[in-house]
Design a binder for this molecule. Sequence first.
Ligand code: HXC
Length: 273
Amino acid sequence: MTRDTSGIGAEPPVALVTGGGTGLGLAIARRFAKDGYTLVIASRSAEHLAHGSDVLRAEGGTVLTVPTDVREPAQVDALFAKVKEKFGRLDVLVNNAAGNFVARSEEMSPNAWRAVVGIVLDGTFYCCRAAFPLLRASPRPAVVNIVASYAWLAGPGTAHSAAAKAGVVSLTRSLAVEWAPHGIRVNAVAPGPVRTEGTDRQLWVSEALTESVRSGIPLGRFGTPEEIASAVSFLAGREAAYITGEVLTVDGGQWLGHGVMDLLAQAKGRERA
Ligand code: HXC
């Protein structure tokens, strides 16, 4: 499918996806490429970037890869300087880069906490901040942040991620209001359980856990990365022109049906102190 990108300048619009080399981020990047955007993908991992650019180029996309640790403000500034130098524009920013693992809070080291909060919350802020001048100059700018429904519920076993995602929800709403006068819309997508190589490794660590999570989803299945990408594309596009500061949950009804998913208890068995 090719999106109608007319009216947003002579050159193809540019979308930047952090963590865009693999998994959900790559699915989002592929969707924007199909929508007619030039892609920028950023990741800490050269291997992930090479994989992402191979996939995007094989599908006919134009892609710039920039090695970046979003926890480092200087690297983030350099990322957006590169985008400006190479394309002179940025129309869509998707803050997708994340880190996560299952651990009890009382056993989490300060460094473990900082690793996840640094990627998810600090990284999102640094990218938004650095993207602002380019976005402000775009005829139809949008930011889409990837969060999770446990941002407004609870994340037992992933307290670092839940706290960081809750921060990103708040940041989304604050920026939506601050940047509305500049025409920059800022929204979020809250995916439910989705299976990718990364989540299989970090979260869905056993068949029993996976089945237990699946059975708690009212629609009866995990989501696909493409279904999440479709929501991101919608929020970034002209059909969402009057939507800002919103969080679109794409979770098969999970949070409404069963509320909190206790990853730690399900993964390791509930232990009594
Ligand atoms: C306890 C852990 C740990 C684990 C790392 N740490 N993994 N502690 N259990 N499984 C601790 C380390 O011991 C260290 O603390 C600190 O975290 C930093 O770890 P490093 O490996 O040195 O850091 P880094 O290389 O930056 O790794 C970042 C990471 C890692 C977040 C920790 O997991 C990562 O990069 N993951 C890949 C991205 C990812 O997870 N994506 C999936 C997101 S899915 P000490 O004190 O020892 O130095 C997602 C969706 C959720 O978020 C939605 C659900 C519905």
